[in-house]
Design a protein around this ligand. Sequence first.
Ligand code: PGA
Length: 257
Amino acid sequence: MNRKYRKTVIAGNWKMNMLASEIKPFIEQLKENMPKTRACDVVLCTPAVMIPAMIKAGKECKVAAGGQDVSKFEKGAYTGEVSASQLADIGAKYCIVGHSERRQYHGEDDMLVNAKAKALLAKGINPIICVGESLEQREMDLTMEYVAYQVKAALNGIDATQLRRCIIAYEPIWAIGTGKTATAEQAQEVCEGIRAVVRKIYGARPARAVSILYGGSMNAKNAYELLAQPDIDGGLIGGASLKPADFATIIAATNQE
Ligand code: PGA
């Protein structure tokens, strides 16, 4: 983290878990376990139908609500889709785009991820743009090349002012939901590389200001060390964000000097 230049963000990704009725008790437990003062923004990204309940419950302990996906279209005949204006209208402040599960199970490519990020920015929602390599790519030493390509493609046509609203999440696919975390060194190396890619496109200042998160089996035990890395500005947390005490411990880990 580097709090002098950029925001620290702890984002939970609930995926297709939990029910709206479980949100209030979750937030109450989170509040009990969370430090009174904290050095980060906290967001929980839920299925779109649960966002209003999250906003209501999250208000008193300053937990923002986010979506997990958005349509690239503005409005119209796209059955089943949720638009950026609809997310903004109910009060979502963030939205994940390009999660590897969307890329893998729903055929999302880099162009679509870019279009979705732009759709969110147009409505004032902060996109959390996910990138990350497969195990095969890592073993073939293609990690940085591939991740750099994903970052460039996702940011294509996004100007420096809009970049200020963007968060990039580095999530190696082999670490997601597997219990296999990237080592702090591995995660730092790629996050630093991502910042270098941003620097090349936008220059030093915007690169210094962009928050880059790590995701992939981040938990109450390993969060402290990961967050101690200079280019890791927070986490995108799946499994551990479903347990209020663990999620609170990760939030507390951002209070380190
Ligand atoms: P995980 O998920 O923390 O359960 O590995 C992270 C993510 O998919 O965002």
